[in-house]
Design a protein around this ligand. Structure first.
Ligand SMILES: NC(=O)c1ccc[n+]([C@@H]2O[C@H](COP(=O)([O-])OP(=O)(O)OC[C@H]3O[C@@H](n4cnc5c(N)ncnc54)[C@H](OP(=O)(O)O)[C@@H]3O)[C@@H](O)[C@H]2O)c1
Length: 253
């Protein structure tokens, strides 16, 4: 059995489950992180029996600095070959009406936790001359989005950070890829409070396949799905006020 580990955050549902299964199928042991311990254990059980790898659960709320520190301590005891920074959520609605505490948690999880976990694994990966970091951003990263203003801003951060690290680590043997999914069939929209929006969705399997191909090709960033990629490219060409106005229309359809 391989001694290396893939750490997957947000591994209790959606994209995280798919990433964990894919990396386990490729032979990595998996450390599964999220809050819902029962769901993590079910994923771990499936992964052990299907792929014959080790699977450990690490229930944690990554908005809590102490719980993040405990995860970093556990990660330091493992040979981490892959880090998938996938845990995240989005708030939707008028900026002035979103609970301030929920917004802070969104920033803490989507940006601070992702950055701290990345910082924790990079030195070991550089020392070994290998490793892979998958940063889950979003097509929301490409433009300001009224009614999802904080979420889009956190994902723009993930995109910028990830691509900067791709370049910084390019000659160390450590690969970094930023994946920008568009609407995908997970619990994301229910958590955000509006499961009715954006009906045309991709599957987690498609997103993970897109990611793994981009990682293998050493690409810094990939948008999942051709229509999403075309939209992201077109967005970049528009003036910023138009970007925001169009995003508002799309977010409300
Ligand atoms: N679905 C989409 O349309 C879409 C599009 C673009 C980008 N994304 C991004 O994809 C990533 C995965 O989301 P998903 O679509 O798979 O949605 P999801 O099914 O809601 O999964 C989110 C995961 O994050 C975990 N999580 C949430 N809060 C957490 C916390 N405080 N501490 C630890 N873990 C936490 C959840 O587990 P627990 O609840 O058990 O903690 C869950 O495993 C997110 O970063 C999201 O922004 C999604």
């Amino acid at each position: 059995m391989n001694g290396s580990w893939a750490v997957v955050t947000g591994a209790s549902s959606g994209l995280g489950v798919e990433f964990a299964e894919r990396l386990a199928a490729d032979g990595a042991n998996v450390l599964l992180v999220a809050r819902r311990a029962d769901l993590l254990e079910a994923v771990a059980e499936r992964v052990r029996s299907h792929f014959g790898v080790l699977a450990e659960t690490h229930p944690a709320d990554l908005t809590d600095p102490a719980q993040r520190a405990a995860l970093v301590t556990r990660m330091a005891e493992l040979d981490v070959s892959h880090l998938v920074n996938n845990a995240g959520f989005g708030t939707m609605g008028a900026f002035a009406e979103i609970e301030p505490e929920r917004m802070s948690q969104e920033m803490e999880l989507n940006m601070v936790a992702l950055t701290e976990l990345t910082r924790a694994v990079v030195p070991g990966m550089v020392a070994r001359g290998s490793g892979a970091i998958i940063q889950v951003a979003s097509t929301a990263a490409f433009q300001p989005i009224p009614t999802m203003a904080v979420y889009a801003a956190t994902k723009a951060y993930v995109k910028r950070l990830g691509v900067a690290l791709w370049e910084e680590l390019r000659e160390t043997g450590v690969r970094v890829v930023v994946i920008c999914p568009g609407p995908t069939e997970t619990e994301f929209f229910a958590t955000a409070g509006d499961d009715a929006v954006m009906r045309r969705r991709r599957t987690p399997a498609q997103v993970v396949e897109t990611t793994m191909r981009a990682l293998a090709a050493h690409r810094p960033l990939v948008v999942d799905g051709l229509p999403n990629a075309a939209m992201a490219l077109a967005t970049r060409l528009a003036p910023v006020a138009l970007q925001a106005r169009l995003a508002r229309v799309v977010a409300s359809t």
